[in-house]
Design a protein around this ligand. Structure first.
Ligand SMILES: NC(=O)c1ccc[n+]([C@@H]2O[C@H](COP(=O)([O-])OP(=O)(O)OC[C@H]3O[C@@H](n4cnc5c(N)ncnc54)[C@H](O)[C@@H]3O)[C@@H](O)[C@H]2O)c1
Length: 1634
């Protein structure tokens, strides 16, 4: 190496060796040093492909150059090896792959490995080195900042396993660590910030000076990596070419490394001190475990540091100043500091960041001692509380992590309290601006450390207006004023002001001071969404009018603003300003006016000036900085609203102490007032500049408190708790911010006002607050917020133009447990925490919003006032699958055109759910004592709409749980009603739009006259309301109650892949005539699903089971409806491919968007035929489907439609924009999202990192993960299996993993979650290689995964039994290899015992006479079988330990119950009577079924009454069974349900037949009912014949239907699959009639 290339280095020693060499452009130096000092026969450089792209060739060149100087025979080898970038390489496979490379290249023990890359390469290659040939030497060449300052230093090496990160590894020290900071120039900026988190961390625990550098020089440090020094002849290699920022960067890196090296040297194996480097990691790691890979390690640690600093602050160990500095410093490097950061909060996985989940993850931490968690506690910047991590209780961590907090009501422990409040926000902001604009240095004391001041400081830094540094451990801010000189921030940089109103207003004028000669130079200020709504128009108008060019970038009147820089700066002169909205406009101009081009005369116009005290405050502070403002007076000496400001610089006082905040002081004082205790606030008294200092005298004294105020101290003593007085009238214009505090006190102020204050026109408990209209445009609409949140306590209020009235209530009558929405407004949170000190269970939902003015309010409440608080988790359950947007059991509101079927559907729904039905019209009519039509006639439409809305409000309040409420069709005409419904649908409960074909409605309404006429064509009304219905509803239900007919013309088609086209031959007319039971079943399914009462999800989607869906590929599904039973054999769900639907009925050939209405009708049509869950899928052309790629909006509308229609699953490709997926996810309710990824390229490798990443993403976004590859050869299926296996057995989301293509069939057979299947009757396969359900079963059998099982019928006589036909037909239809045989025995003998003991025993049916005798052979019985005392089904089950048990069940009762429940119409079961004939095993099942159906009383008749009595005795008395002696005498009246359980031959309706039971016609005396004969031969038994003859209104159920029903249920228990009912029935009927 030539001397000219010799770099200037810093060397740091670690473990006694100077092995860390730091500098710039070190590659030649590295090659030289390694080759000369670490001799070896082979040098292997391992790096990742991304790093290789930038830097490998330079290494190769340098090594080759050095090697070229060595004689050939002695020349060592230089090999390089590349691995894929990313964490997934850090795996066992990744390690093996490198080892194989080394072995294949015959590397020996003297090999030297160079690890070039980030932490991944370093950790992985280090671990390879540690174990290869029992350990070889290696060198670290870190290329990321994180690797430089952290992972490369210390010798920790590791790989990840599916169980967690870094779980397998070794301590293995490198020979050298070469830190070449020039590598950072190619590093993405986010990765740089990632590393800075570690740098900040190290300084925070160890070195305050270093921290101060990081804090103040962020811009310079970052700029060092933004130059391309390589092009500049290796700038920085030697000191002479090193720029200032390069020097700074290197010193920061070296500083950080030195600390780590020092710590490692003292404590290499991490037994104590080394723990300190884990600051931020205890919580940070837990966050990382949940958010990786979307969020980087350093980003998680950054948030972790903030949480852990808060823990320290809560312990009373760390000051808020330090917490504020830490957060500002991290922010300066663009690191997130809270989980609410939009980069974090927008991730779907962020929902899993619940407190419980985080604490759970934290359980696994090497630092824990036993179950006690340990956290590194900072005591100040640069030092820790202990020289190791400190044990912290779970409760404390929970308090800090929780978003919400509850106040525990109590008398303050520390009464009398004496405290100071944080510095005034208003004065802090004014002083900051003035000190920055002033000349010289000013030390600001008691500055408020809050979001607001932080935003202001950052903005002043961005404008290069001043520099800031800290003294006294951060208690003093040293401002080096810029004398009014400001610069336009770098191009593209906007000044972001969050929701800080003061900063926004002040900076608007400050930015006009920026001077520039450059054309177009401008400063942009912007804020968050709320800030963009807050007004600044009058200020901008005034500035513009006096010649300052300012543009609105978005909405007129609000931020963002673009403020042009001119060569003259701010134009002065006469400025007219409307000051009735905010005094901040006035202050903004006043503060900057001294630097205007000419002296400013500021005239306030436009009526009443708001908040004069704030204007006076500004003038007061300006005076302290040397500028005297004068205010004009009129002849009479009265003040005018005209101010004169001289020009000239501010002269900074050397020190300026900021007064404590008077608004903040109102909270501790109010706590004294409400709890009847004493509190003294220092630093605020009658001499205060702040208007809110008048709160104690003006408000608290009027409420009955004792107030003592000196110049700078205020003491308040409250009356005994519960004795506060209402104020009557109070004008709070001088202290508007304090009105919230006054309001919460007024809520419990019940005593009458002092004499003279009482209001003539309001009750004595009234407090009327006026003069606060400006509070509507603060952080939130505070007047509304107070009204809404007080309502949660049951406190009544009234909004007024300029304020509000509050009616006090005794504390004991306030609702407990109110959950307060704080609207991100500090004052709302703090005010309601005052109320929380007396009302139990009050929860403040966003505790962190206090950061704006009092970040440690909760800590001060606890530590200084002595009121305890507790963290509260708002959402107790984790994970997207439980992310409900509606409350459980929330009522359903039905809306839609009159005549759409709301009442009909609503009644059915209420019946199905067991909820109450309410007709809003009926409520209206009973309330007003007249019909709706009469009301309209008498009082007109307008009055009707108003009263109708009032009824809606009442219903939303009083019937919001477990009701189905049908609303009047015109309710949507009223805007406020639409708003109310929309809000309900958005978060509380479903609003269902019931639709019906318009023609039908017209026809229906023509027939109906009881309601007012529309006065316009119904079609017009329909068209007008249609969008409103859509807008207010969350769901829609298409009612087919009428005679909807669809004629579909389908022409003959042939398909290319040989699928038959039997369904639609030629011109066919299909008529869908929904059956009433179909409608009933669909209403039940739909409403049970959308309310979450019984979500209609596929039960087989669970571990250990196999599930399938049928991909429907018809362009029009209606022709397939008659075949639905056949098509759906075996499957668990149906996939509707919306992109393949076409109204023409022809297959889609060019990408197109099917009309929404068509898709809706298609889905509804399927629902008429099957209750199977629907998987709604839509694929674009690039996703392998037929939907146009560009039609994203239309696609999302269709997905939204699917959710509205209650489709149970939607399949979303993860390639859709994440926010779209999230949007749908957030409103999916009880439906589930299948997050899928299809690789059509065939390039995806199951064992590559791409799949893991896709998997992770899909697992974050969906409830079910679907990854589909393309198999090139059979081995791809093996890889797929290995990937699935690598995920381990730990609970995870259901995973559908298959390969497309012929070669992929094997994966379709083996996949267990929702395997997509086709059917021979479908026009085409949805994807290449798809198999049918039956084909898969056959294949599973062949490969040994579905062994043949043997089933039996035990009993006698059974030779004519239909059961073998039922089951064998079903097995064959499903492609199952099983068989069902008769085993006829007189008793439960050895043959039976041998059959059930055999390993291939699949199950058995039991019939007469063994239903009781078989019980002793079984291991357990279902609850039903136990109660009935008889078994008709045996099923072998697997226990948790893998052994087998025999389980007894009874499906007889279930079949009977089904027949009764589905046929008993119009009769309330409780008042109905049942009659059971016979007293054998079956009669027991019948009795049980009747009881379960809710039948109030049951007769039991048996020829031998004693047997009947024995049966009765075995049932609980609640069954209410009466033994009859005689069928003629029915003491409780005639039965409505009759079930005969005796052979048909034993009954007769002929009174002359003697050897049989005579059935009198009188048993059918009830007007309607259900009769079931369990005997199934002959089909028309005497009982059924009699029923038909006597009363045609009775429903007759044959024994055969019950037999089939119980058989289907048996089959379903055995196989877990639905029986192919229609096929079995056909087969049985054919055999039966033989
Ligand atoms: N051993 C330890 O003590 C220790 C400490 C902290 C972190 N770690 C480990 O470090 C790993 C994270 O390291 P990381 O953050 O460096 O990630 P990384 O190694 O994955 O690198 C980040 C990305 O930047 C790319 N990259 C690296 N250098 C580059 C450069 N100069 N120019 C352009 N691109 C570049 C990489 O290819 C990669 O894509 C984790 O596995 C973590 O567990 C280990």
């Amino acid at each position: 190496m030539t001397d000219s290339r010799k770099p200037d280095l810093y060397k740091v020693s670690i473990l006694g060796k100077e092995s860390i060499h730091c500098g710039f452009h070190l590659i030649p130096y590295i090659a030289h040093t390694v080759l000369t000092t670490l001799p070896s026969s082979t040098y292997v450089l391992v790096t990742d492909t991304r790093v290789a792209k930038f830097h490998l060739s330079a290494f190769e060149a340098a090594f080759n150059a050095e090697l070229g100087t060595i004689a050939v025979e002695k020349r060592p080898r230089f090999l390089s090896h590349l691995i894929p970038p990313g964490e997934t390489s850090k795996s066992r496979e990744g390690k093996a792959e490198i080892e194989d490379f080394l072995l294949a290249n015959a590397c020996t023990r003297d090999t030297l490995i160079l690890a070039l890359g980030g932490g991944v390469v370093g950790d992985l290659v280090g671990f390879v080195a540690a174990t290869f040939m029992r350990g070889v030497r290696f060198v670290q060449i870190p290329t990321t900042l994180l690797a430089m300052v952290d992972s490369s230093v210390g010798g920790k090496t590791a790989i990840d396993t599916p169980h967690g990160k870094n779980l397998v590894g070794a301590f293995w020290q490198p020979e050298y660590i070469f830190i070449d900071a020039a590598f950072l120039e190619t590093l993405p900026i986010r990765e740089f910030s990632n590393g800075m988190a570690e740098v900040v961390k190290t300084a925070a625990i160890w070195d305050e000076n270093e921290f101060a550098t990081l804090e103040s020089r962020a811009v310079d440090i970052t700029s060092a990596i933004q130059i391309e020094s390589a092009k500049n002849s290796h700038a920085g290699r030697v000191v002479s070419t090193r720029s200032e920022s390069q020097k700074l960067l290197l010193s920061v890196i070296v500083g950080s490394i030195s600390v780590k090296a020092h710590i490692v040297t003292i404590d290499e194996r991490e037994t104590g001190l080394r723990n300190l480097v884990n600051f931020g990691h205890t919580i940070g790691h837990a966050i990382e475990a949940i958010l990786t890979p979307a969020v980087l390690h350093g980003e998680c640690v950054s948030i972790g540091m903030m949480f852990e600093a808060e823990v320290a602050r809560q312990m009373g160990v760390l000051s808020q100043v330090a917490v504020g500095r830490l957060s500002r410093c991290l922010k300066a490097y663009n690191l997130p500091i809270a989980v609410t950061d939009s980069r974090i909060a927008s991730l779907p996985a962020a929902r899993q960041l619940t407190v419980d989940h985080l604490l759970d993850v934290m359980k696994v931490d090497k630092k824990n001692s036993g179950t006690v968690k340990k956290i590194v506690i900072l005591s100040r910047i640069g030092a820790t509380y202990e020289q190791k991590a400190t044990a912290v209780s779970d409760q404390r961590i929970r308090n800090v992590l929780s978003e919400a907090i509850t106040v525990i009501p109590a008398v303050p422990r520390n009464t009398p309290v004496k405290m100071a409040t944080p510095g005034s926000k208003s004065i802090s902001n004014r002083a900051l601006v003035l000190a920055a604009l002033g000349q010289g240095t000013c030390r600001l004391k008691n500055l408020l450390h809050s979001d607001d001041t932080q935003v202001m400081m950052q903005a002043l830094i961005d404008l290069q207006g001043a520099t800031f540094s800290w003294e006294d451990n951060g208690d003093t801010l040293v401002v080096q004023g810029g004398g009014g000189s400001l610069a336009v921030p770098p191009a593209g940089k906007e000044i972001y002001l969050q929701n800080a109103g003061t900063a926004a207003r002040f900076l608007t004028t400050v930015c006009t001071l920026v001077k520039s000669d450059k054309q177009g130079a401008a400063t942009v200020i912007t804020g968050n969404a709320r800030m963009k709504q807050r007004p600044c128009g009058p200020l901008v108008d005034a500035l513009r009018a006096s010649g300052n060019p300012i543009e609105y970038r978005e909405n007129a009147g609000s931020l963002p603003l673009s403020i042009s820089a001119t060569s003259a700066g701010m134009h002065g002169g006469h400025i007219r300003l409307a000051a009735s909205i905010s005094s901040q406009y006035v202050s903004s101009i006043l503060l900057c006016a001294p630097y205007a081009s000419s002296p400013v005369v500021l005239e306030l116009v436009g009526g009443q000036v708001i908040s004069q005290p704030y204007i006076d405050m500004t003038i007061g502070v300006m005076k302290s900085f040397g500028i005297m403002v004068t205010r004009d007076v009129d002849a009479a000496g009265k003040h005018l609203d005209v101010y004169r400001i001289p020009t000239g610089p501010y002269r900074n006082p050397s020190e300026f102490t900021i007064e404590s905040d008077a608004s903040s002081a109102t909270y501790p004082l109010a706590i004294a007032a409400i709890t009847g205790t004493t509190c003294t606030i220092t630093g605020i008294g009658s001499a205060s500049l702040q208007g809110d200092a008048g709160f104690a005298k003006g408000v608290l004294e009027a409420m009955g408190c004792k107030v003592v105020q000196t110049d700078n101290e205020t003491t308040v003593t409250g009356p005994p708790s519960g004795q506060l007085r209402a104020i009557g009238f109070v004008d709070m214009e001088p202290m508007t911010d304090a009105f919230l505090t006054a309001s919460v006190l007024a809520a419990v102020a019940t005593q009458p006002p002092y004499a003279g204050r009482a209001l003539a026109d309001a009750p004595v408990n009234t407090t009327r607050i006026l003069g606060i209209a400006n509070q509507r445009v603060k952080e939130c609409n505070r007047i509304k917020a107070i009204i809404d949140e007080l309502a949660k306590f049951g406190v009544h209020t009234k909004e007024l133009d300029d304020g509000l009235e509050i009616y006090g209530k005794p504390i004991g009558e306030l609702n407990q447990g109110a959950s307060i929405n704080c609207y991100d407004d500090h004052r709302v949170a703090m005010a309601f925490s005052v109320l929380g000190t007396v009302v139990a269970g009050t929860v403040l939902e966003e505790k962190r919003c206090v950061a704006k003015t009092w970040p440690n309010w909760w800590d001060d409440l606890e530590n200084k006032i002595g009121i305890s608080t507790k963290g509260v988790e708002l959402h107790t359950s984790a994970g997207p699958s439980v992310d409900r947007y509606h409350e459980h059991g929330a009522s359903v509101f039905l809306t839609g055109m009159r005549g759409a079927g709301k009442t009909f559907i609503g009644t059915l729904a209420a019946e199905a759910l067991g909820w109450k039905f309410t007709d809003a019209d009926a409520v209206f009519e009973s309330k007003h004592g007249m019909l709706v039509s009469e009301f309209v006639r008498d009082k007109g439409w307008e009055a009707f709409r108003e009263s109708e809305k009032a009824v809606l409000d009442e219903l939303l309040l009083t019937r919001d749980k477990k009701h189905i409420v049908s609303l009047g069709g015109g309710i949507v005409e009223t805007p406020s009603a639409r708003e109310a419904l929309k809000n309900y649908a958005k978060s509380r409960g479903p609003v269902v739009h019931v639709l019906r074909e318009i023609d039908e409605i017209v026809q229906y309404l023509g027939e109906e006259t009881s309601r007012p006429a529309y006065g316009e064509a119904i079609e017009d009304v329909f068209r007008r309301r249609q969008p409103w219905y859509a807008e207010v509803s969350s769901h829609e239900f298409i009612s087919h109650t009428g005679t909807l007919q669809q004629s579909i013309q389908v022409s003959k088609k042939s398909t290319s892949d040989g699928h038959a086209d039997d369904i639609a031959n030629g011109r066919t007319v299909h008529t869908i005539l929904p059956t009433s039971s179909g409608v009933q079943a669909e209403v039940k399914r739909y409403f049970e699903h959308i309310t979450g009462l019984r979500p209609n999800l596929a039960p087989n989607v669970q571990p250990g089971k196999r599930s399938y869906f049928l991909s429907l590929t018809f362009p029009d599904l209606t022709p397939a409806l008659p075949l639905m039973d056949l098509l759906t054999i075996g499957v668990d769900a149906l996939e509707v491919r919306a992109d393949l639907l076409s109204m023409s009925g022809f297959p889609v050939t060019t990408p197109s968007v099917p009309p929404r209405a068509y898709v809706a009708t298609q889905v509804t049509a399927i629902r008429q035929r099957t209750g199977l869950p629907i998987v709604f899928t839509l694929r674009t052309t690039s996703q392998g489907g037929m939907f146009p790629d560009g039609a994203q909006t239309e696609a999302m509308e269709l997905f939204d439609l699917a959710l509205r229609l209650g489709c149970e699953y939607i399949d979303l490709e993860t390639s859709w924009p994440e926010e779209r997926i999230r949007e749908l996810h957030s409103r999916k309710g009880y439906s589930q999202v299948i997050a899928s990824w299809h690789d059509w390229s065939g390039r995806m490798k199951w064992l590559g990192s791409e799949v893991s990443q896709k998997y992770k993403l899909a697992a974050e976004l969906g409830d079910i993960v679907k990854i589909v590859g393309t198999a090139g050869d059979i081995g791809d299926n093996i890889d797929l299996l290995l990937f699935v296996r690598s995920l381990g057995k730990t609970p995870r989301k259901p995973f559908l993993a298959i390969n497309m293509g012929e070669q992929g069939k094997m994966s379709r057979i083996l996949n267990s979650t929702f395997s997509p299947v086709t059917h021979p009757l479908l026009p085409s396969r949805a994807a290449p290689g798809q198999l049918s359900f039956a084909e898969i079963q056959e294949a599973l059998h062949l490969v040994g995964l579905l062994p043949k099982q043997q089933f039996y019928l035990f009993g006698t006589p059974i030779s004519h039994s239909m059961s073998p036909t039922i089951h064998n037909t079903a097995f064959a239809t499903l492609g199952l290899p099983h068989h069902y045989d008769l085993l006829e025995t007189e008793s439960v003998d050895d043959k039976v015992k041998a059959a059930i003991a055999a390993s291939d025993f699949g199950g058995a049916s039991i019939t007469i006479p063994h239903k009781l005798a078989v019980i002793p052979l079984l291991d357990g019985l279902s609850e039903e079988a136990q109660t009935i005392g008889a078994v008709n089904t045996i099923v072998p089950r697997k226990r948790a330990d893998g052994t087998r048990e025999l389980w007894g069940d009874n499906t007889d009762w279930a079949a009977i119950h089904h027949m009764v429940a589905s046929n008993l119409k119009g009769v309330s079961p409780a008042s109905a009577k049942g009659l059971v004939i016979g007293a054998g095993g079956t009669s027991r099942a019948a009795l049980y079924a009747l009881h379960r159906a809710g039948i109030g009383a049951i007769y039991l008749y048996n020829r031998t009454a004693s047997s009947a009595k024995t049966v009765v005795a075995s049932f609980p008395a609640t069954y209410n069974i009466h033994v009859l002696d005689n069928l003629d005498v029915l003491p409780l009246g005639p039965p409505t349900v009759i079930i005969s359980t005796i052979p048909a031959s034993a009954t007769t309706s002929d009174s002359h037949t003697h050897n049989a039971l005579f059935l009198p016609a009188s048993i059918f005396a009830a007007p309607q009912g259900v009769v079931i004969d369990m005997a199934y031969k002959p089909s028309a038994t005497p009982l059924l014949k009699l029923a038909r003859a006597v009363n045609a209104s009775w429903v007759v159920v044959t024994g055969l239907s019950v037999l089939l029903e119980q058989g289907y249920r048996q089959f379903e228990i055995w196989t877990g699959r639905r029986a192919p009912r229609s096929i079995v029935e056909k087969e049985v009927l054919a055999k039966y009639s033989l």
